[in-house]
Design a protein around this ligand. Structure first.
Ligand code: APR
Ligand code: PHB
Length: 389
């Protein structure tokens, strides 16, 4: 069998790329390891930059986002029992869209189905071959049958634990990593959110985040140990810990309820600069990971997909190789800036177990500087709403 572009991974990156290429007449096949239900069961951040919103519109999947998403003109930092609003609209004349990643993925699946896109689920052992030739192919098993799919390009959209990046010889991979000494314990509850906009809370006991999916669905996180045992976290313990890290007047208004999802996520910064290896190209979490503090994961995947879709369209339309050749450098220029912002937000807001008293004072001084400086808030806002593509 032959197609133009094989995409390994049916998450946001793979689906968005598949949709954009389809709209430009380029045939793709998406190979997804999990069932669709499993992919759609994942709970992930959904703070969409303007660039991501525009790309979803170009992919003709923005209707429900504009109808059901919440436009946020600002967000809050809290420390020392006070709340400080970062006014994105005033500082950068921009806003962000709060719309769960699960919904984005659902919209993409529906659009692919509508256009007759080829997505195979529960694909086993997909593996790229002949990547350094002009005739690469993917071998995989589906419904008990082994298959070979010849193509022009293989795109690794298979996330941090996927096969694509690991198919690049280790000696060729330029990798950079920072693991953080803590994790996030997240809870989803069918309760009214703590506030109309997000609250990022720094506290001596640890970080907390108040977010939401809609007016009756709240998403909360508290910093926890990297090796935390989730079985020791009852809902009551979660709620009391969350409240203890928020300003009193906010904590007193928190509507608690049973958790409908509770999970722990590790925090990591990671970049594989080798985003291209011959006819294999990586996009999204397959190439880089950011700690969720800056809500950049999905937005970075979107900018990768933007650059990659432009490059592939130029190849198929005009047999131009320059954008393919320039993809890695172009994507990395934005990847590293977003990695820096996510690392900076994480370093600013979390309690590091081995912090010295001086370092703790530096964190507080930086927070005090931000809330007292228009210039500092403008820089924070510029990164939060999304740096240009
Ligand atoms: N073969 C086929 N599919 C695979 C394989 C494999 N070997 N390994 C992983 N996958 C699939 C996963 O099941 C998942 O559906 O690839 C998909 C990767 O999706 P994500 O991990 O969501 O990564 P990406 O699409 O780049 O989206 C980035 O989504 O998960 C969040 O934090 C992430 O916000 C970021 C954004
Ligand atoms: C979320 O709503 O899950 C969320 C929001 C903002 C973040 C991280 C997660 O920075």
């Amino acid at each position: 069998m032959k197609t133009s572009v094989v995409i390994i991974g049916g998450g946001p990156s793979g689906l968005l790329l598949s949709q954009l290429l389809h709209l430009s007449g380029i045939e793709t096949v998406v190979l997804e390891r999990r069932s669709r239900a499993y992919v759609l069961s994942r709970i992930r951040a959904g703070v969409l930059e303007r660039g991501t919103q525009d790309l979803l519109d170009r992919a003709e999947v923005g209707t429900r986002m504009h109808g059901e998403g919440q436009v946020h003109d600002g967000f809050n930092l809290s420390f020392g029992d006070s709340l400080h609003r970062i006014d994105l609209a005033r500082l950068r004349d921009q806003s962000v869209m709060v719309y769960g990643q699960t919904e984005v993925t659902k919209d993409l699946y529906e659009a692919r189905d509508r256009l007759g896109g080829s997505i195979l689920h529960e694909v086993e052992d997909a593996a790229p071959y002949a990547m350094t030739t002009s005739n690469p192919f993917v071998i995989y098993r589906h419904n008990g049958q082994d298959h070979r799919l010849n193509c022009d390009f293989i795109i690794g959209c298979d996330g941090f634990h996927g096969v694509s990046r690991k198919s690049i010889p280790a000696a060729q991979r330029r990798e950079f990593e920072r693991e953080y000494p803590f994790g996030w314990l997240g809870v989803l509850s069918e309760t009214k959110p703590a506030a109309e906009e997000l609250i990022y809370a720094a506290h001596d006991d640890g970080f907390a985040l108040c977010s939401m999916r809609n007016a009756q669905l709240s998403r909360y996180y508290i910093q926890c140990k990297a090796d935390e045992d989730i079985s020791t976290w009852s809902d009551d313990r979660f709620w009391s810990t969350l409240k203890s890290r928020l300003p009193r007047d906010i904590a007193d208004e928190i509507v608690t309820g049973p958790s409908i999802e509770k999970s722990i996520a590790p925090l990591r910064s990671y970049v594989c600069e080798t985003m291209r290896y011959g006819r294999l190209l990586l996009a999204g979490d397959a190439a880089h990971i950011v700690p969720p503090t800056g809500a950049k994961g999905l937005n970075l995947a979107a900018s990768d997909v933007h650059y990659l879709s432009e490059a592939l369209i130029a190849w198929y339309r005009d047999r131009r190789a320059d954008l393919i050749d320039g993809y890695e450098a172009r994507a990395l220029a934005r990847v590293w800036k977003c990695e820096r912002f996510s690392w900076w937000m994480t370093s600013l807001l979390h309690r590091f177990p081995k912090s010295t008293p001086f370092e703790t004072r530096m964190q507080r001084a930086e927070l005090e500087y931000i809330v007292s400086s228009q210039a500092a808030q403008t820089s924070l806002a510029e990164n939060y709403v999304g740096l240009p593509y």
